[in-house]
Design a protein around this ligand. Sequence first.
Ligand SMILES: [Mg+2]
Ligand SMILES: [Zn+2]
Length: 245
Amino acid sequence: MWLRGRETRASQRFGACGRPAQYAARRGCPHGALPYSLLRAPGSSQGAPQRMSRAVFLDRDGVLNAYLPGDYAKTPDELLLLPGVGAIVQKLRAAGYLTILISNQQGVAKGLMTPADLAAVTAKLRAEVPLDALYYCPHLKSEDCACRKPKPGMLLQAAQEHAIDLSASVFIGDTPTDAQAALAAGVPFVLVLTGQTKDPAGFSPTPNAVAQTLSEAVEWVLGSPRLERGVNEPRASSAKAAHEG
Ligand SMILES: [Mg+2]
Ligand SMILES: [Zn+2]
């Protein structure tokens, strides 16, 4: 199953909120993101205090895959991964960072793609990019949910579910919306110029760093004295291993 949370009755196509049942099943509907989590949420077992983790949050479109102006990657074929992103993201995992996708996907709510389409696109993404967890906001902008960027809902949810120290983490994104969500959550932000933003002049809120590519952004993260590595044990496991885990 892609989606955690309680099962919905097969005959029930839509929840009380009007969202497809898969979304209605999420807590706080329609104000809940879809955590395609590959990790067990910490705190599920009682015992020693959780050690805080560090994460690199990654926007999807324009960061991991080609930005399609005015369009959505509705099928796996339309998800055009940028060169080398799998190996680049793996560097972060090897340095001990959790790698977590934070993505608005209102194409689902607009009816341009089905949850199954999104799952198929996500399967391709996960096969290529080692991500520890993925969060999607499937809601319309007009729904005013708590998870849609520029709100910080998905970052806060991820932090809670994976015991993440937000101030020791980084968000890599390509839009002011990403930067606003990062700012609201207290997460340093690195702007990459591979997506919607081609010229960083006047970009607001001001990013902590500007990188031409994801590779440069990752080098900034790994080289930043403010974000010393070492909180997490380095992990060399692949996306496949994470999936199995
Ligand atoms: Mg983007
Ligand atoms: Zn949402």
